[in-house]
Design a protein around this ligand. Structure first.
Ligand code: IMP
Length: 203
């Protein structure tokens, strides 16, 4: 199987930038859905991050015929039964601001301290190959829910995600540093190794 071009199934430009940066030296062209001319809304009705990533990658692979990568990610808060989890984007409604979502999570953790506030970002990436194979990688970034929102960087739940090892919030990290520590960065590095193996297999 020749591997010179893949599609990363996202409409998010920020993610595309990160993906291209990490996969750069593989010498594989990485197209977004838009660039591939695919208008895709795939229902994410799996019950895990992995299932959702596989659903998305497989569906778009069937529509495009080439290798397709897709990801699914979210925040798990241990004291909240791993909520919002796979529902992170739709938690309290898609249109609710992250300021409100973040304040809600802080409020729900009232009275909890230190390790009782443990949480993690999770990212699963799936690659669906035209020959039917599906590869999945996963990365996590461990931390705690902070007591307030901090930082102007990042997006979503970054302002309440405290990294005890680094003594700062995810929202305070410059993008390049976050990418080197993040759930998505780690899952992408592992997927890069898988793609490298596929390339070697093909040559
Ligand atoms: P999706 O993987 O694009 O469906 O996004 C899942 C949701 O998880 C996002 O909308 C955010 O709410 C949350 N999320 C995933 N990764 C991050 C991150 O790195 N920082 C902050 N929030 C994140």
């Amino acid at each position: 199987m020749k591997i010179d071009r893949i599609i990363f199934a996202t409409g998010n430009e920020g993610k595309m930038k990160e993906v291209r940066m990490i996969l750069e030296d593989l010498e594989i062209e990485v197209l977004s859905l838009k660039e591939a001319g695919i208008a895709a809304a795939v229902e994410e009705n799996g019950s895990t991050f992995e299932e959702n990533a596989v659903l998305k990658a497989t569906e778009i692979m069937k529509r495009s015929g080439g290798i397709v990568l897709a990801d699914d990610s979210g925040l798990e808060v241990d004291a909240l039964n791993k909520e919002p989890g796979i529902h992170s984007a739709r938690y309290m409604g898609y249109d609710t601001s992250y300021h409100i979502k973040n304040q809600n999570i802080i409020n729900r953790l009232k009275g909890k301290n230190g390790a009782e506030r443990s949480a993690r970002f999770v990212c699963a990436i799936a690659a669906a190959l035209p020959d039917g194979r599906v590869l999945v990688t996963k990365g996590t970034m461990e931390g705690e829910i902070g007591y307030e929102e901090r930082g102007e960087n990042g997006f979503g739940y970054d302002p309440i995600f405290y990294l005890p090892e680094y003594g700062c919030y995810s929202g305070e990290l410059p993008l390049e540093i976050k990418n080197s520590l993040s759930h998505r960065g780690k899952a992408l590095q592992l997927m890069k190794d898988e793609l490298q193996k596929l390339k070697e297999e093909a040559s």
